[in-house]
Design a protein around this ligand. Structure first.
Ligand SMILES: CSCCC(=O)C(=O)COP(=O)(O)O
Ligand code: MG
Length: 238
């Protein structure tokens, strides 16, 4: 698959990294710490704002901390990409990465290809349901060290919007200053690829063996089983 683009926007779960790692390592890590976070730090502005959003989204304005924790646990079981859940997970994960409890996961083809694209002058961005704080920690604490220098910007459902809505991709395009047709989105989910394409972007479905969406219908989207199958026109970095 060949594309002539100025920037690549990366989904994380299922695309750069294994869903299994997120579900089996990250989710339990945060889940085990929600209770303490809500009890001890509920007055911190970011926590308080996320808790208010959980209550609103659950339709339970009077939910106490124990009930909020229950709701969060249910959303984790459903793998719901709710913004306040991702905010609270992101706080705990960022702290876990910083203290050395966690190291992120990248598929074996990914880091080398990202380094090459970056060296070729292709700008790299991230757009994930995981919060910007979580993304920053994820790239800063990879098995190959700090990769944040490769990345020009981070987008989530808070600063860009839901991943299956074309307007979110318009917001990102305008924030990066890159023309939509010069942006390439890589994702494992057909609904996200559809939304990117509706906003005028290029989009490639990443179908990795064993990932939940590997056998989904990708419609007319080009596909790749690994980043090494995607070739970008080299651009000068000067
Ligand atoms: C480091 S981001 C954590 C992963 C996560 O919580 C998530 O929801 C990822 O979803 P994506 O949009 O990257 O598929
Ligand atoms: Mg994904």
């Amino acid at each position: 698959m060949h594309a002539d683009v100025d920037a690549v926007v990366l989904d994380i779960e299922g695309t750069t990294s294994a869903t299994g790692f997120v579900v089996d390592v990250l989710y339990p890590y945060a889940r085990a710490r929600f209770g303490a976070l809500l009890a001890a730090r509920g007055a911190e502005p970011e926590v308080a704002r996320a808790v208010a959003q959980v209550r609103a989204e659950a339709g339970e304005p009077d939910a106490d901390a124990a009930r909020v924790e229950e709701v969060l646990g249910r959303w984790v079981d459903e793998d719901r990409k709710a913004t306040p859940l991702k905010t609270l997970q992101g706080i705990l994960w960022a702290e876990g990465f910083a203290r050395g409890d966690l190291v992120s996961h990248f598929y074996p083809d990914v880091i080398e290809v990202l380094r090459r694209w970056h060296a070729d002058g292709v700008r790299l961005y991230v757009y994930s349901s995981g919060s910007v704080a979580a993304q920053r920690a994820w790239f800063a604490h990879s098995p190959e060290g700090d990769l944040l220098g490769l990345v020009s910007g981070l987008y989530d459902t808070e600063n860009a919007g839901p991943k299956q809505e074309a307007d979110s991709y318009r917001t990102i395009a305008s924030s990066t200053g890159v023309a939509p047709e010069r942006l390439l989105f890589l994702s494992d989910r057909p609904g996200e690829l559809d939304a990117a394409r509706a906003a005028g972007w290029r989009a490639v479905g990443v179908r990795r063996a064993g990932e939940p969406y590997a056998d989904a219908d990708f419609g007319g989207h080009p596909r790749a089983a690994a980043f090494s199958q995607i070739s970008l026109a080299a651009r000068s970095s000067s």
